[in-house]
Design a protein around this ligand. Structure first.
Ligand SMILES: CC(=O)SCCNC(=O)CCNC(=O)[C@H](O)C(C)(C)COP(=O)(O)OP(=O)(O)OC[C@H]1O[C@@H](n2cnc3c(N)ncnc32)[C@H](O)[C@@H]1OP(=O)(O)O
Ligand SMILES: N[C@@H](CCO)C(=O)O
Length: 374
């Protein structure tokens, strides 16, 4: 029997919104889409905040209806008796600011114009996303987190959480992400951005009312992204050089499928805003140096790399762990060995799950003892 879950919305009206982006825009209204799995304990001390990646959403686990074709994107990890056991923990996941799955984003109606924000949506960054999640937790009365966890852009948010609100969580789990986005990733993102921005229907982002969407650009951007989330070995094993009856390579069909199906669930403006937010990701920015940013981290940190990840190679993740420990942090590195590439964290749940489970359950390091040791 699937766990039936409900998507909820926190709507903040003009009188209630106090959120200003780092770029200086104050929203007149804000909606945050979120889901909750499990129950908070009486002290609300068992909450795990899950942060989604680029194309994810608040639907991390369960099904909305029994006959849904698919469950949430981390359903293998989260649920009763699963690695993040919702009999023990209360898991919360929300759609990011700028998203297109219920939280205010470029396709939402701008109350100042009565039309979608489109390119009038303000510039956002990963810290803005995190500050909006903090508003949600405040409204839910949650002031302490057992853990924050996320992969890829979710890992960037987890890091920002650890630096921005360092005493709020016991544990931070960062999967396949780095403290600042690498130039290699920025270059790949440039291809995705170029695909959308050069689509004849782009119209500077103001395409909602024309009925003509920049679908070609968005599907090309997704296909470019998909290659970076996989691995050479995976494609070799899965598709080889096989063709379908029409003469198309299976790997080409696969790309085509993902490019087309993305159009059913994603908005081109959200893609552009989120890629730009990822490009700016750098936890050191508000603090003047990486060392100062790392010194703020107070939680135990688990960093998980993937040996075949071409966009977040393990060497950067190990370097981050080493730098954090050098400034008195308490970080460990674990690696998944998988042919799945970057997407391993979404696919290899039985490799990832035991590592996550034991880390969340472990006692938090005694920080006072640590300070004395230093
Ligand atoms: C952390 C986050 O929040 S991310 C949110 C989750 N992300 C997504 O849902 C994004 C879309 N999905 C994906 O990227 C992947 O499905 C993952 C990463 C979630 C899982 O990866 P995998 O289990 O390897 O799935 P895979 O990459 O094979 O994709 C399966 C799809 O490809 C299709 N497919 C597989 N082989 C072929 C082929 N030769 N030709 C055409 N289509 C193919 C399948 O029919 C299936 O289609 P469907 O998704 O429409 O049902
Ligand atoms: N494949 C995942 C991870 C990207 O980093 C996604 O689409 O969000």
């Amino acid at each position: 029997m699937p766990v039936i879950v409900e998507k909820k919305y926190l709507h903040l009206s003009k009188d209630e919104v106090t959120f200003t982006t780092e770029s200086g825009y104050t929203f007149d209204e804000l909606t945050i889409a979120y889901e909750v799995y499990g129950e908070p304990d009486i002290y609300k001390n068992n909450v795990v905040l899950v942060l989604h990646a680029l194309s994810g959403d608040s639907h991390a686990a369960g099904k909305y209806r029994e006959d849904d074709k698919k469950a949430g994107w981390w359903d293998g990890l989260i649920g009763p008796g699963k690695y993040i056991d919702t009999n023990e923990y209360c898991v919360i996941c929300s759609n990011v600011l700028g998203g297109c799955q219920g939280t205010t984003g470029p396709s939402s109606i701008n109350p100042r114009t009565g039309k979608p924000y489109a390119a009038d949506f303000p510039k956002i960054n990963i810290r803005d996303m995190v500050r909006v999640q903090k508003i949600l937790l405040d409204k839910l009365g949650i002031s302490h987190l057992r853990a924050v966890i996320g992969g890829s852009m979710g890992g960037m948010q987890a890091l920002e959480w650890a630096v921005t609100y360092p005493t709020m969580m016991d544990k931070t789990i960062v999967i396949a992400a780095t403290p600042a986005l690498s130039p290699f990733n920025i270059a790949f993102n440039y291809l995705g951005l170029s695909a959308i921005l050069n689509d004849p229907n782009w119209n500077g982002g103001y395409y909602y009312e024309s009925g003509l969407k920049p679908d070609k650009g968005l599907s090309l951007a997704r296909m470019i992204g998909m290659i970076t989330y996989k691995s050479d070995e995976l494609f070799d094993v899965r598709f080889g050089r096989e063709k379908d009856p029409s003469g198309m390579f299976q790997c080409e069909r696969y790309m085509e499928h993902h490019g087309q199906s993305f159009l059913q669930r994603f908005d081109a403006n959200t893609y552009v805003y989120i890629l730009r937010a990822m490009n700016e990701h750098d936890i050191s920015k508000p603090y003047g140096s990486m060392k100062r940013a790392l010194q703020r981290i107070d939680s135990d940190v688990l960093v998980i790399g993937i040996d075949t990840d071409i966009i977040y190679p393990p060497k950067y993740l190990k370097e981050f762990v080493s730098n954090l420990n050098k400034v008195g942090g308490c970080a460990v590195y674990k690696e998944l060995s998988s042919i799945q590439g970057h997407d391993s964290f979404l696919v290899d749940i039985d490799l990832l799950g035991p590592i996550v489970k034991s880390f969340i359950q472990q006692e938090q390091t005694n920080r006072e003892a640590k300070i004395v040791e230093l």
